[in-house]
Design a protein around this ligand. Structure first.
Ligand code: APR
Ligand code: PHB
Length: 389
């Protein structure tokens, strides 16, 4: 077999890249370790930056997003008994779009099926050969048979646990990591959201977040210990704890109901450098992870896809390699800014196990400053709606 680009990983990064390449007539094969249903059962964040919304439009997959996405012009932040709003529209002129990542992935799979592009599911033992030569290839097993695809380029879109990053020799790679000493216990319920915008809460009992998937489907999170288990949390216990972390004026109005999903996620910051090795390019979670506070995961994957797509477009269109040569540097410059924002927002909003009274006063002082200072709000808004590509 031969194709132009092999995309390892059929998550949002790989699928979006595949769809963009299709629009400019470049052929790509997607290799995915799981089944389509499994990929679509994963629940992730649900806030899209403008750049991601524009990429979905460029890829021609934004019909449902335009119909069902909820534009949000701001977000609420609460701490102690205070609540204030960061006004995205006023400070940046741009809203964010609330639309679940699962729906993004579903739209991309449907578009891929419609164009009849090649996707291999349930592939095993994927191996990259000759990434640092002019003749790379990817090998994999499907239904017990070993296959080989020769290609021009390989996009490593296979997430944090994938093989692409580990194909880059250790002496070439530098990894940076911070693991946070807590997790997020999240639920989805078929109830109207407590507020029409998201609420990020810093409380004495730990962080809480009120988000949504639609006006009838809510997504709520509370900070928990990583040693905790979902079995320790009945729905009633979850709702009681969530309400205790919100100002009463908000929790009084909360509509509760049975959860349809409940899980605990860890929080981690991670970056690997460089994001390119020869003809292998890392995109998305394969190269970096952010803690979910601020919903930068998918959006940062999207900016990688944008830079790689532009590089491939120039290469296939004009034989110009400059975009590909500059990929790692450009992508990383933006990645680190998203890492900084996610780290800052996580540090500001959570209770840390070893937090001193002084540390707590620093959080309150910073929240007071953010509440009362327009310049600080503008900086927060610019980061939240997404820095330019
Ligand atoms: N071979 C083929 N596919 C693989 C392999 C492998 N060896 N290893 C992993 N995969 C697949 C996974 O099953 C998954 O479907 O790669 C895909 C990677 O998808 P994601 O983990 O969703 O990563 P990405 O597409 O970069 O999306 C980034 O999604 O994970 C969230 O928080 C993340 O929001 C961010 C966004
Ligand atoms: C979500 O809706 O799942 C979500 C929203 C905002 C975040 C994180 C997660 O910061």
């Amino acid at each position: 077999m031969r194709t132009q680009v092999v995309i390892i990983g059929g998550g949002p990064s790989g699928l979006l890249l595949g769809q963009l390449l299709h629009r400019i007539g470049v052929e790509a094969v997607v290799l995915e370790r799981q089944t389509r249903d499994y990929v679509l059962s994963r629940i992730r964040a649900g806030v899209l930056e403008r750049g991601m919304v524009e990429l979905m439009a460029t890829a021609g997959v934004d019909a449902r997003l335009k119909e069902e996405g909820l534009p949000h012009d701001g977000t609420l932040i609460s701490y102690r008994e205070e609540i204030f709003r960061i006004d995205f529209a006023k400070h940046t002129g741009t809203p964010v779009m609330v639309y679940g990542q699962t729906e993004v992935t579903r739209d991309l799979y449907e578009a891929r099926e419609n164009i009849g592009a090649e996707t291999y599911f349930e592939v095993e033992d994927v191996e990259i050969e000759g990434a640092n030569t002019d003749r790379p290839s990817v090998h994999f097993t499907k239904d017990g048979t070993r296959h080989q695809i020769a290609c021009d380029f390989i996009a490593g879109c296979d997430g944090f646990h994938g093989i692409s990053r580990r194909t880059i020799p250790e002496e070439v790679r530098t990894e940076y990591e911070k693991v946070y000493p807590f997790g997020w216990l999240g639920i989805i319920s078929e109830t109207p959201p407590v507020n029409h915008e998201l609420i990020y809460a810093n409380s004495d009992r730990g962080f809480a977040l009120c988000s949504m998937r639609s006006m009838t489907r809510s997504r709520y999170y509370i900070q928990c210990s990583m040693a905790d288990s979902v079995d320790n949390w009945s729905d009633d216990q979850f709702w009681t704890e969530l309400k205790r972390r919100l100002p009463q004026s908000l929790s009084n109005d909360m509509v509760t109901g049975p959860s349809v999903e409940k899980s605990i996620a860890p929080l981690r910051s991670f970056v690997t450098e460089p994001m390119r090795w020869g003809r292998l390019f890392l995109c998305g979670d394969a190269a970096h992870i952010v803690p979910p506070t601020g919903a930068k995961g998918l959006n940062t994957a999207a900016s990688d896809v944008h830079y790689l797509f532009e590089g491939l477009k120039s290469w296939y269109g004009d034989g110009d390699a400059a975009g590909l040569d500059g990929y790692s540097e450009k992508a990383l410059a933006r990645v680190w800014k998203a890492e900084r924002f996610s780290w800052w927002f996580s540090t500001l909003m959570h209770r840390f196990p070893d937090q001193s009274e002084f540390d707590l006063r620093m959080q309150w002082a910073e929240l007071d400053f953010l509440r009362s200072n327009e310049a600080a709000q503008k900086a927060m808004a610019e980061n939240y709606v997404g820095l330019p590509y």
